[in-house]
Ligand binder design. Structure first.
Ligand SMILES: Nc1ncnc2c1ncn2[C@@H]1O[C@H](COP(=O)(O)OP(=O)(O)OP(=O)(O)O)[C@@H](O)[C@H]1O
Length: 283
């Protein structure tokens, strides 16, 4: 980028976000941005405010401050309107329809964008059918292929191992054609192989679909390995943000995680948690 090139508008901007539950300040003046094409992670010890932040961005919690998508404030919008705008998210605990098939779960994601309502569908059957065909093609040929879940498309979600269920959740979020993919602990409870697969899919979402990712994750090894930008929360406040290398070098981050400001210890812990092959060298 040239020195005077205008910076790109962030996909998401969070400005001075605060939220209280009774006397508890879950978020206290949090500000950061997600740049186009980036993987941004939010980390922090238990109770730091990560889920509160996600719920505030999605509109489930009413916080003060401003949230902008592509430069436009969305504070007045309810969760479904935010989803329609392209804020797609997965949840900490899998939120799929367990009795339904993989394919039907994925189709539900696409419904956020269907232009045809029920009445429309009765009167304008042609358009509805075209949308259905387009939906099927997109779902079957792109998302299912991409996530390598062709062999389970007709399986009920409840019959699948945990790692595959999380992948189906990702598929459903992708079916929304998201502007930003928000992943809440995408590898929590996963074994090594499942974690590696999910990390690869998250990187591919960015590479192949051009969709930026905002994720909350406890697995520091995975976060440090695939993130471009890391935001660190502690007791509702943002205590650091920067590249993985920068936040690992921050004594305040080490103190939040280890109770000491020992950066070397934090790096050792991150290295121990790193489970991906070809891990980047931590200086
Ligand atoms: N619905 C709620 N009612 C009351 N207090 C809440 C509620 N949700 C969160 N809190 C409190 O707000 C603070 C932030 O919680 P939050 O769940 O956002 O943290 P977190 O970083 O996501 O934690 P974890 O890593 O354990 O998921 C905590 O003190 C928590 O007890």
């Amino acid at each position: 980028m040239g020195a005077d090139a205008a910076p790109a508008t962030p996909v998401l901007e969070v400005e001075n976000l605060s939220l209280s539950f009774g006397g508890i300040r879950a978020l206290n003046g949090v500000s950061f941005a997600v740049q186009p094409g980036s993987i941004t992670s939010v980390i922090g010890p238990n109770g730091a405010g990560k889920t509160s932040l996600f719920n505030s961005i999605s509109g489930f919690y009413k916080s003060t401050g401003t949230v902008r998508v592509d430069g436009k404030p969305i504070d007045h919008l309810h969760p479904p309107e935010r989803a329609k705008l392209g804020l797609a998210r997965s949840f900490q605990n899998i939120a799929l329809f367990r009795g339904m098939t993989v394919l039907d779960n994925i189709k539900l994601g696409r419904h956020a964008h269907m232009k045809t309502g029920l009445l429309d569908a009765l009167f304008y059957f042609g358009r509805a059918r075209r949308e259905e065909v387009e939906l099927r093609r997109e779902v079957e040929e792109r998302i299912i292929d991409f996530l390598e879940i062709d062999h389970i498309r007709k399986a009920p979600v409840a019959s699948l191992p945990y790692g595959l269920q999380k992948r189906v959740e990702l598929a459903r979020a992708l079916a929304m054609r998201p502007r930003l993919l928000m992943l809440d602990e995408p590898v929590a409870g996963m074994n090594r192989e499942e974690t590696e697969d999910m990390a690869r899919f998250i990187l591919d979402v960015r590479e192949e679909w051009g969709v930026p990712v905002l994720m909350v994750e406890h697995d520091m090894g995975m976060v440090m390995d695939i993130s471009d930008h890391v935001v660190v929360l502690n007791f509702g406040q943002m205590i650091a943000q920067g590249t993985p290398r920068e936040v690992q070098a921050n004594p305040e981050v080490a103190a939040a995680y280890l109770g000491t400001g020992d950066v070397a210890d934090l790096r050792r812990r991150v290295a121990a948690e790193t489970r991906l092959p070809e891990t980047r060298e931590v200086a």
